[in-house]
Design a protein around this ligand. Sequence first.
Ligand code: ZN
Ligand code: FE
Ligand code: FE
Length: 238
Amino acid sequence: MAQSLHELFIEELRDMYDAEKRLTKALPKLAKAATSDALRTAFTEHARETEGQVGRLEQVFRAIGEPARGKKCDGIMGIIEESNTAMQELDGAVLDAALIAGAQKAEHYEIASYGTLAYFAELLGHEDAKDLLGETLDEEKAADEKLNTIAMSKVNRQALMSGGDESEDEGEGTGFFASGARRAASAMGMAHDRSSSSRSGSRSAGGSRSRSSSRTSSSSRSGSSRSSGRSRTSSKKR
Ligand code: ZN
Ligand code: FE
Ligand code: FE
C-alpha cells in the first residue's frame, strides 16, 4: 500500500504499464474483428502507438530510477473483457459500434490515468517524467477524438440501418443523424457523451447537447441553434 505520493505515483505507473501491455495484445484483435475499414485502420495504428507508449513508460521508470514493473490493471482488464463479450455476441455494424464504445472507455481510462500521472510527476519535480507522460496523454486524447470521428461519420448510422427499423419522428435536416446515432447507441445500452474529451467546455453538463453541437460544427452550419434545441427535446423523450 502506497504511503506517500511518490509511492502512489509508482503504483499508478505500474498499473498503466500493465494496462498498455494488455492493450498491445487486445488492439490487434479488435482490428481483426472490425468491419469498417476506417475502424480497422484506427485500431491498427493505435496498436502501434501503444507499443511506443510501453516504451515511453519504461523511459519514465528509468527517469525516476525505478525498475519497470507492471501490476495487474483490473480496470483495463474489465474493459477488454467487455469487448471480448461483444465480439462473441455481436457482428457487423453493431459490433463496430460496440467496439468503438469499448475502445473509448479504454481511452478515457487512460486519459484519466495519464492526466493524474503527469500531474503527480509535476508535483514531485520529475520534469522528464512529466513531459513523457504528457506526450502519451496527448496521443490518447487524439485516439479518442479519432474514434469520435469514425463513430459520428459512419459507424453508428450503419448500425442503425442494419438494426431494427424504428420510425423516425424528426427525420429532417441535421437532426436526423444526431438522433439516429443516439438511438443506435441507446438501443445497445451505451448512450455516451461522444464529445466528452473534445475542446468544448460543456462536458457533462450538457451531454447530448454538446455532442449535437460539436457534430453540427463539423458539417453544415445552417440551423445549428435550432438543431441543438431540438435534440435537447428529443433526448428528453428518450
Ligand atoms: Zn518520485
Ligand atoms: Fe495507451
Ligand atoms: Fe490508448
